[in-house]
Design a protein around this ligand. Sequence first.
Ligand SMILES: NC(=O)C1=CN([C@@H]2O[C@H](COP(=O)(O)OP(=O)(O)OC[C@H]3O[C@@H](n4cnc5c(N)ncnc54)[C@H](O)[C@@H]3O)[C@@H](O)[C@H]2O)C=CC1
Ligand SMILES: O=C([O-])CC(=O)C(=O)O
Length: 350
Amino acid sequence: MRTSLLRSMESALRRSRSGSSHLLRRPFASSSAVPERKVAILGAAGGIGQPLSLLMKLNPLVTHLSLYDIAGTPGVAADVSHINTPAEVKGFAAEEQLGQALEGADIVIIPAGVPRKPGMTRDDLFNINAGIVKSLCTAIAKYCPNAIVNMISNPVNSTVPIASEVFKKAGTYDEKKLFGVTTLDVVRAKTFYAAKAKVPVSEVNVPVVGGHAGITILPLFSQATPATNALGDEEIKALTKRTQDGGTEVVEAKAGKGSATLSMAYAGAVFADACLKGLNGVPDIVECSFVQSTVTELPFFASKVRLGKNGVEEVLGLGPLSDYEKQGLESLLPELKSSIEKGIKFAQAN
Ligand SMILES: NC(=O)C1=CN([C@@H]2O[C@H](COP(=O)(O)OP(=O)(O)OC[C@H]3O[C@@H](n4cnc5c(N)ncnc54)[C@H](O)[C@@H]3O)[C@@H](O)[C@H]2O)C=CC1
Ligand SMILES: O=C([O-])CC(=O)C(=O)O
């Protein structure tokens, strides 16, 4: 997946540099090779939003890129729009333009909201971000009820349930189209595993299940490929802990200037690319994501998901777990349950 996204982007860059691409010479509306796809980014001028806008502008599957933020959008949109790739860029700056930003969107990516500072948990963001997510999802229900929604705003374990409740109230909920973006956990698990197991990072795959906060992030290193016997129990524990604390590692390193933005933009672009490929009918697109689920007793859970023309095509099971992973699963369920319930309660009360 990672390599296929890089290949697509490299080829877009090559085409834009050589100016020889037929895609660049002819208007997209008349291109039969690539279906029209509008991607909207809400929170596009933020730390994640800006590099994510750049990466989506480089994605050859995007024909229309709609950038919305309550501050700073005109600059970001003007800047990104000068890049000579086919996606047509439009910026929307004020709340009264949110409808236009969303209309016709196939995918809406939401990195709007405040990030952590050192000493905070993701749940500490709930009070501010819950309201932001609720109002943005209300607009999605109105202006693009059929869009796929990629939720990045934290706490994902609660913001996804909030979105589901907003859509249910509006009568537009489609569980196949709502995704909590947990790709950064997979990106981290792959990077850390490759370094420890001394295997090429581009070949590595590691499923990460559960949720997206602390111990609710459960990497399944027993299923990592390429498999290795080189890692003992203590090393697997250390890798698990580093993956669970990856966000905090960045928050502390940034020392008050926010949380992961560049690696998150990359992860968000990987996941959106997978959704676009699914929509376009590319077979066997599988990514981990926090979705409505029956894999455990909880109503939402992150696991491998097969993506297709309607969003989720199949939520895949957990596969065989090691004893250590079974314990991790037992331990995460109560915290994840309460974060999910907190989101549902908030959306029902407001
Ligand atoms: N799912 C994941 O793996 C990750 C999630 N995050 C989360 O992503 C969120 C954004 O992080 P950053 O980009 O670093 O924050 P940031 O503060 O740099 O950017 C957030 C942007 O959202 C905008 N915004 C605020 N209210 C809005 C509204 N009502 N409508 C549209 N835009 C609005 C702000 O103007 C700002 O430009 C945070 O909640 C953070 O915790 C961050 C990293 C990883
Ligand atoms: O840690 C944070 O606050 C941001 C985040 O979700 C991550 O980097 O995984």
